[in-house]
Design a protein around this ligand. Structure first.
Ligand code: PRX
Length: 708
């Protein structure tokens, strides 16, 4: 038994006890070739973005945009933590992403779409063509749907060109888009429709995934029904077609409610719509993200600050030039895709690749073939994808003729061995790597190396971004000494232009979630009193590099995507036999973390442990998670337990279940109300003679459930 896992109700693991995942690594230097062409080579950049020059340093990013009315003040902090950026300025997002590039880049590809079926040739869409399509779609949204600035529209679209066209058409009118990840279920989409108050849903008939043309229209029907049940009526459902002019879904269209976008567009052919100048503080989009409660929160991003921040970070950190072909393999349905597939690359007039399908379809060499064929020179993906591609085809990248100058990893901590494979095999030792740490709430990167200036260190995200001043607090809310190497709660001391404005419709939750814990004086008007709490554990090494250790709250990071344990538990509780549910994160070789589900059943239910009906309950629990959230929330295991381990006050001890699921020792359980059930559950999961792991325990696992 290791004492590291001895985390019962009374003895919390101290920072010192928590082993960090991996040891400090050697540095890797960027190549001279990279440095010579890099956008950012000023060794004084961090000083220029230092506190002495805050907030004016961010004018540099705002200058990358075209403003129809110049701003008069960089930052207004009069109502913390509701910061205002570039006050008084007006601009339009679609104008900045498209119109202003036409004079110079009219016939350069803005996007290259690669469908999953490999026999279909890639489709390049020029800036001119994008301009035409976005204008036509904007005319349709305005004239057919009656949408205007400030209205919200929910999009539930997969990875095709229709998605950025729709997003940009919304922004042309000042309509706030709320794109729900295409892999989320209809029910998830419906609750987001309701929360955002959308009257229009934009979806599609079908898309390709792992060789199958998946019916997506069915989700639109479920979404509308769910929203109706929650009290939000949807007037119109616009359906794109994967193959224009052909309906590829078996689900019928609903007369008077559902319309084919491609049919409607005929009426708007060649229509032009003046981009509406929007206030810098006007919301640009909502992006829902999981938190510690069951209800996902709509992160509301502003127009001016957000666009400035993604332009600046895309230029300096992604090193995007207009001549680059850039491929971010994330989904546009996540914040990474919004910032670094659509807005960032387009603001810089680059060519951005959109791939429809799964990276390993039809085989593990697919990404490298795409990269070679399109001449991709900047590549961006997650540790989960790196691990999966490495496991299935460690030698494959070598066999392909692609050459990257730059690669990104994002979404989860990347272990040094996966980092090295990425560097040696995918990047062929030619490419720099940036490990970028940030969150849906943040708009853009918060920690990363500046690729031509800072050495890379595998497993560490790197220093803070220019203009970002982090602080790490220990469990007693004391600031840790800079570079101490001790783990604590990662916070950012200052506002920055990319930070979300608020949680849609819930200012109080915004304050409570991110600012309450570390704000010493809620009356203070000084931004220095309002550190932003990220919810991540981190440590800063003596060289100033941050290593992110994982979530410290009830959020599970599955393949770089956030799922709230409470959300999954609520889904499980919809199965009538389930009395109680507890969800815990389990370490997974490929996906980082996956959820395990423990359920106890109502007295008298068929399906008690060991009975024939239990398999049926397990199946229905899995189905509930998939239906209510999406396949991404599919539990690794569902265990039906005789009772939940509980404190005397009746709280479920999730940390005990987490230890069991991760093959760890459970520690002292004598203080529990029903300690004996723990051994029963342990045997059920680990087997009779389980040997507790003596490996270092990642911080998020060690601390999981500690705050219950
Ligand atoms: O735990 C951190 C992890 O992903 C969380 C944010 O998830 P989400 O809002 O879905 O955004 C993902 C993409 C921006 C963070 O709280 N995370 C993100 N990037 C890294 C990371 N963990 C370690 N290293 C990273 N580079």
């Amino acid at each position: 038994m290791t004492d590291k896992s001895n985390v019962d109700e009374h003895t919390e693991a101290s920072e010192a006890q928590i082993a960090v995942h991996w040891k400090e690594e050697q540095y890797f230097q960027p190549s001279q070739t990279f440095i010579e062409q890099a956008n950012m080579t000023d060794p004084d950049i961090r000083q220029k973005f230092g506190e002495a020059n805050f907030p004016d340093c961010f004018k540099d990013y705002a200058d990358m945009l075209t403003w129809s009315t110049p701003y008069t003040k960089v930052l207004d902090t009069s109502k913390p933590p509701f910061w205002k950026w570039f006050v008084g300025g007006k601009l339009n997002a679609s104008y900045n992403c498209i119109d202003r590039h036409l004079a110079q880049y009219r016939n350069k590809a803005a996007f290259i779409f690669v469908g999953e079926p490999e026999q279909d040739p890639p489709v390049a869409m020029t800036y001119q063509e994008l301009y035409v399509r976005v204008n036509e779609m904007a005319a349709l949204l305005r004239d057919f749907c009656g949408l205007k600035a400030g209205d919200r529209v929910t999009l539930h679209l997969p990875m095709t060109l229709d998605l950025p066209i729709t997003m940009l058409a919304c922004t042309r009118l000042g309509v706030i888009h709320s794109q729900v990840f295409g892999g989320f279920s209809g029910q998830s989409c419906g609750s987001r429709i309701q929360d955002s108050g959308s009257h229009v849903l934009i979806s599609t008939d079908a898309y390709w995934r792992s060789g199958k043309l998946i019916d997506h229209k069915v989700n639109a029907d479920i979404a509308v029904q769910t929203a109706e049940k929650l009290g939000q009526h949807v007037d119109k459902v616009l359906i794109w077609q994967r193959y224009p002019g052909k309906y590829s879904s078996p689900t019928p269209m609903v007369e008077g409610r559902d319309f084919f976008v491609n049919e409607l567009l005929q009426k708007y052919a060649g229509k032009q719509v003046e981009p509406v100048p929007m206030d810098a503080e006007a919301p640009l989009f909502l992006m829902y993200s999981s938190g510690t409660t069951g209800q996902p929160k709509g992160c509301q991003h502003r127009t001016g600050g957000y666009l400035a921040y993604v332009a600046g970070t895309s230029k300096y950190i992604q090193d995007i030039h207009p001549t680059d072909t850039y491929w971010c393999m994330a989904d546009i349905g996540w914040i990474t895709g919004h910032s670094y597939i659509v807005y960032g690359p387009l603001l810089l007039a680059a060519t951005s690749v959109i791939y429809e399908g799964v990276p390993t379809y039809p085989d593990v060499r697919r990404p490298w073939r795409i990269a070679e064929r399109l001449g991709v020179n900047i590549f961006h993906t997650s540790p989960t994808a790196v691990r999966a591609l490495r496991r299935a085809g460690p030698e494959e990248p070598r066999k392909c003729g692609h050459h990257f100058k730059h690669m990104t990893t994002v979404g989860e901590p990347i272990e040094p061995s996966a980092w090295r494979w990425y560097y040696d095999e995918v990047g062929k030792r030619e490419a720099v790597i940036v490990d970028t740490w940030w969150q849906t709430e943040n708009g853009g990167f918060l920690c990363s190396t500046i690729p031509a200036l800072d050495a890379m260190k595998p497993g560490s995200a790197g220093p803070a971004m220019p203009g970002i001043y982090p602080v790490i607090f220990d469990d007693n809310d004391e600031e840790l000494v800079k570079g101490s190497g001790q783990a604590g709660n990662m916070c950012i001391r200052n506002p920055w232009p990319g930070i979300m404005q608020t949680i849609w419709g819930d200012d109080q939750r915004f304050v409570d979630t991110y600012y309450k814990r570390y704000c010493k004086d809620p009356q203070s008007k000084d931004w220095r009193d309002w550190p932003y709490m990220s919810g991540d554990g981190a440590m800063q090494a003596a060289d100033g590099y941050y290593r992110i250790l994982g979530r410290l709250d009830d959020v599970i990071n599955v393949s770089g995507h956030r799922l709230g344990t409470k959300e999954i538990e609520s889904a499980c509780l919809t199965v009538p036999e389930v009395a109680e549910a507890a969800v815990v994160p389990v370490m997974d070789e490929i996906r980082g973390r996956v959820p395990d589900v423990y359920v106890s059943l109502n007295a008298g239910s068929t399906g008690m442990p060991g009975s024939g009906a239990s398999a049926d309950v397990v199946d229905r629990v899995i189905k509930a998670c998939e239906d209510m959230i999406g396949k991404i929330a599919r539990p690794r295991q569902v265990y039906i337990v005789p009772d939940m381990p509980k404190t005397r006050s009746g709280k479920i001890m999730r940390r005990v279940l987490g230890a069991i699921s991760n093959g760890l020792a459970v520690g002292d359980v004598t203080t529990l109300a029903n300690g004996t059930v723990v051994e029963e559950i342990r045997v059920m999961v680990q087997g009779k003679h389980a040997v507790a792991s003596t490996d270092a325990i990642p911080e998020d696992i060690a601390k999981f459930g500690q705050h219950d």
